[in-house]
Design a protein around this ligand. Structure first.
Ligand code: NAD
Ligand code: DAU
Length: 331
């Protein structure tokens, strides 16, 4: 297949490119990425001779039209992805996540190509800490932030294009990813790189909020299961039963990095902060036979810490600017 991977210079997209070259050889890959603050060509430097890279914006109708026409499937990762940024300035989230997805859908419709749309569990809103329920594909949409509502809107556009125009598309909604190449604005890399630079980690509120962690390679393996065996028009939730609260994750990072358990600052909480996410991935497991391979979070986290420790050149250039942004927001 000829794959057009949008957002392939970002965290999950770049890992998807590496995963595909390693586990699904024989496909040709074009990455379309605008190289925003979150995109980094260095994420693809070791594979640059094996792929085609196009620097461009998914809202560019002409460019998207030409590229979609040349490929069999669009695997659509490109997005503005960070909640805190969306609370400061929602505008790029509307442009990229809504207009960008619309632009791709129109090209897919015109050229009769397939789309796999990458989305998030945040479209379902949040759960109470003591709620036995988990999100399923039947959970009503109830997003909280400009980020999650723009992703919810993009999912609904995809569903409408399937129903009204008969395009061939699938959607996946995944929980919180961790692993290499994740921008230092995100929770786990921020705390690891704070410790590596002698700065205390920063916990929002009391750290009771629960996230359902999954290794990025398990996410991308699930995406491949859907590409290969997913039913047209279906939504698949991706999660690996990795529920942990932020305080527990932070204490584990501190322990693995030989710091005292309480060596962190409490900082301002996020406005509208979702309390808990939890995925029921039964459909993905039963229908497509997918299983996570990173079943020990401690080991996956230790490997991620080692990656950041060994790749200072990769994250150092982003660090000061990111921390300044946080300081301005009281985080
Ligand atoms: P990221 O912010 O690390 O990467 C986003 C990439 O998209 C960057 O390379 C950026 O340059 C590119 N991009 C942004 N706007 C663009 C535009 N207008 N045109 C072209 N390229 C553009 O994000 P990520 O964490 O890798 O997330 C990828 C996808 O997965 C997103 O759709 C996100 O909603 C979804 N997702 C993320 C997580 C997570 O835990 N990170 C979980 C579930 C779903
Ligand atoms: O659930 C999937 C989503 O996970 C994706 O759709 C998003 O793209 C991705 O960014 C992530 O969203 P979160 O908002 O859950 O991730 P973030 O890394 O920003 O924060 C994780 C938790 O940690 C959240 O409860 C806020 C908290 N936090 C975050 C930062 C940056 C802190 O306590 N301290 C911090 O410094």
């Amino acid at each position: 297949m000829k794959l057009l991977v949008t957002g392939g210079a970002g965290f999950i997209g770049a890992n998807f490119v590496h995963y595909t070259l390693g586990h699904r050889p024989g496909h040709s890959i074009t990455v379309l990425d605008a190289l925003t603050y979150a995109g980094n060509e260095a994420n693809l430097s070791t594979v640059k001779d094996k792929i085609r890279f196009v620097k461009g914006n998914i809202t560019d109708t002409k460019l998207v039209d030409e590229l979609v026409a040349e490929h069999d499937i669009v695997v659509h990762f490109a997005a503005e992805s960070h909640n805190d940024n969306s609370l400061k300035d929602p505008s790029p989230f509307i442009q990229t996540n809504l207009i960008g997805t619309f632009t791709i859908l129109e090209a897919v419709r015109k050229h009769g190509k397939r789309l796999h749309h990458i989305s998030t569990d945040e479209v379902y809103g949040d759960l109470e800490l003591d709620d036995p329920a988990k999100f399923t594909a039947d959970t009503p949409y109830n997003p909280s932030s400009p980020y999650s509502s723009s992703k919810a809107g993009s999912d609904l556009l995809v569903r409408a294009w399937v129903r009204s125009f008969g395009i061939h598309a699938t959607i996946s909604n995944c929980s919180n990813n961790y692993g290499p190449y994740q921008h230092v604005e995100k929770f786990i890399p921020r705390q690891i790189t704070n410790i590596l630079t002698g700065e205390k980690p920063k916990l929002y509120g009391q750290g009771e909020n629960v996230r359902d962690w999954i290794h990025v390679d398990d996410h991308n393996a699930a995406v491949w299961s859907i590409i290969e065996h997913g039913r047209n028009g279906e939504t698949y939730l991706i999660g690996a039963d990795g529920e942990l609260n932020n305080k527990v994750v932070l204490e584990l990072i501190l322990e693995l990095m030989d710091k005292p358990k309480d060596w962190y600052d409490h900082v301002n909480d996020r406005p509208g902060h979702d309390m808990r996410y939890a995925i029921d991935a039964t459909k993905l497991r039963n229908e497509l036979g997918w299983r996570p391979t990173y079943t020990n979070f401690r080991d996956g986290l230790a490997a991620t810490i080692a990656w950041y420790a060994q790749n200072e050149d990769w994250w150092k250039p982003q660090k000061a600017e990111t921390e300044q942004k946080y300081k301005n927001q009281g985080h």
